[in-house]
Design a protein around this ligand. Structure first.
Ligand code: FES
Ligand code: FE
Length: 406
């Protein structure tokens, strides 16, 4: 990497010290924002303590004893369902000497037995009395540590704050009416995809927030999004949503907000009912949807956690930092739990548009990080269609660094 390390350290130390010496508003960020370990640590402290991070959907651990791991920034969280059916989130760290107690990504277990010295933790986190401990040892004091857990219609969120977490209701409250329209508590996953890409975590979400690249990168998505609106039957999308009792005022947060949330209802193009290659349905209607709205709902819970809801499926989109130059992008596709492949569900058709789009984005993002790491890279003016990146930068400097830019 051709970078003056001393200069990078000086500048990133200044940002860590809460000024932004060479950031120019409406420009792309300087190189070290995408490479500096010091800045990355500061960002992660913020993400861990202040954000509720979408981690999974409850239907991914449907049976008692089911578990799956959610990993972010070197931290591993066990999401599991105990024998009473209650869902928990625990730090995957043995209370004996710190080994991970769960070493498989997902599965079903009666308990978590640490592979090092076999301390055994029940699914509710309680420690069974380990062998060969002093009589004064009290197992009740050494249960697994719980992470803060929030549940929005089965969408599981964790917060890694050491002390009290921010209010989950304040985080989820304004988005709940949008989510509740779709009946996600009766959904099931049909496809999950995780990709590790060599890129700083801010690049995927900057990319997600702009349509400027669609005509050059996403032929299929461009065609689907470019379809002309249907006004032929005399009912606009707004009128249809109102008739269906589904109109909601949009959520559109500004840079000073806690979470930079957005929730917006959009119309599809003429003859489209879903986000598929040909615009036709790929599954039966979601549990609480009774009529095709010919539209979809776009939701950002925070810059890392997103969900798009069509009338026949939902897609959860996650951008998860692994290190300053590695990020995991993930998608979970949910449908009505009663949908049956081959009858009223076509999984290949359902996932194709997003799988193609994500693959195209991941290639572009890997290249982009490489280019930014060149000694020739310098910040440049953003295009008008990249205004959502400017909004993200304003929020980022406000919330992460305490430096208002706007
Ligand atoms: Fe887990 Fe020793 S570290 S039992
Ligand atoms: Fe894209």
């Amino acid at each position: 990497m051709s970078v003056d390390v001393q200069e990078r350290n000086r500048l990133s130390a200044a940002v860590v010290g809460e000024s932004a010496p060479d950031y120019k508003r409406k420009f792309s960020l300087p190189q070290y924002y995408y490479t500096s370990p010091e800045l990355y640590r500061k960002e992660m402290e913020f993400l861990r303590s202040k954000l509720w991070l979408m981690a999974a959907h409850e239907s991914q651990i449907p049976k008692n004893g089911d578990f799956k791991l959610f990993e972010i920034d070197g931290e591993s969280i066990i999401l599991c369902r105990d024998l009473q059916g209650d869902v928990h989130a625990f730090y995957n760290v043995c209370r004996h000497r710190g080994s991970p107690v769960c070493v498989t990504n997902e599965g079903n277990a009666k308990a978590f037995s640490c592979p090092y010295h076999s301390w055994t933790f029940m699914l509710d986190g309680t420690l069974k009395r380990p062998r060969a401990m002093d009589a004064s040892f009290d197992p009740k004091e050494w249960n697994l540590k719980a992470a803060h857990l929030g549940n929005l219609d089965g969408l599981l969120f964790v917060c890694l704050a050491k002390g009290e977490a921010p209010s989950f209701e304040e985080f989820a409250g304004r988005i709940r009416p949008f989510i509740s329209q779709y009946g996600l508590t009766k959904a099931k996953p049909v496809y999950v995809q995780d990709d590790l890409i060599v890129t700083n975590w801010k690049l995927p979400l900057e990319n997600y927030r702009e349509n400027y690249h669609i005509s050059s990168v996403h032929q299929d998505l461009g065609r689907v999004m470019g379809a002309a609106m249907d006004h032929s039957n005399g009912e606009s999308h707004a009128e249809r949503m109102s008739r269906l009792g589904r109109s909601l005022p949009m959520v559109y947060d500004e840079a000073e907000s806690l979470y930079l949330q957005q929730a917006i209802q959009f119309a599809f193009g003429k003859d489209q009912v879903s986000a598929t290659q040909d615009g036709s349905a790929a599954s039966s209607l979601m549990p609480t949807i009774t009529e095709w709205s010919k539209g979809w709902t776009y939701i950002n819970f925070n810059p890392l956690s997103h969900i798009n809801l069509q009338d026949d499926y939902a897609i959860m989109v996650f951008f998860t930092p692994v290190s300053e130059t590695v990020t995991k992008t993930s998608m979970v596709f949910l449908v009505n739990e009663d949908a049956v492949e081959g009858k009223d569900l076509d999984v290949k058709k359902l996932i194709d548009l997003y799988v193609v789009t994500m693959a195209e984005d991941n290639v572009v993002l890997g290249r982009h990080q490489k280019g930014i790491e060149s000694g020739a890279y310098e910040p440049a003016p953003l295009a008008l269609e990249e205004d959502q990146i400017v909004l993200f930068h304003d929020w980022y400097f406000n919330r992460v660094h305490g430096v208002p830019t706007a």
